[in-house]
Design a protein around this ligand. Sequence first.
Ligand SMILES: O=C(O)C(=O)C[C@]1(C(=O)O)C=C[C@@H](O)C=C1
Length: 85
Amino acid sequence: MTTTTPEETIAGARDRIDVLDDRIIGLIQERMAVSAVVQQTRIASGGRRVHLSREMEILGRYREALGKPGTGLAMTLLELCRGRV
Ligand SMILES: O=C(O)C(=O)C[C@]1(C(=O)O)C=C[C@@H](O)C=C1
């Protein structure tokens, strides 16, 4: 029987975290591109970049799923997607 050392367990878990972080970053970049389409379309038809009620919906969703830090995460995501307001 082979035993796994704590160092090996940690190294393996960190490899998985790196893979997950790459996927998360890819998803964020995809979200930014989709968000840009929505914003550009709204602006081209005379609207504003920011849509507050939609942002409230998104903040609520993240908070419900992840608790209070979820709100901060959603705010950071929104800033990445539409810039600072
Ligand atoms: O859903 C929209 O109307 C968007 O423009 C997308 C988005 C987002 O990234 O989620 C970006 C800016 C708006 O203020 C609200 C939401």
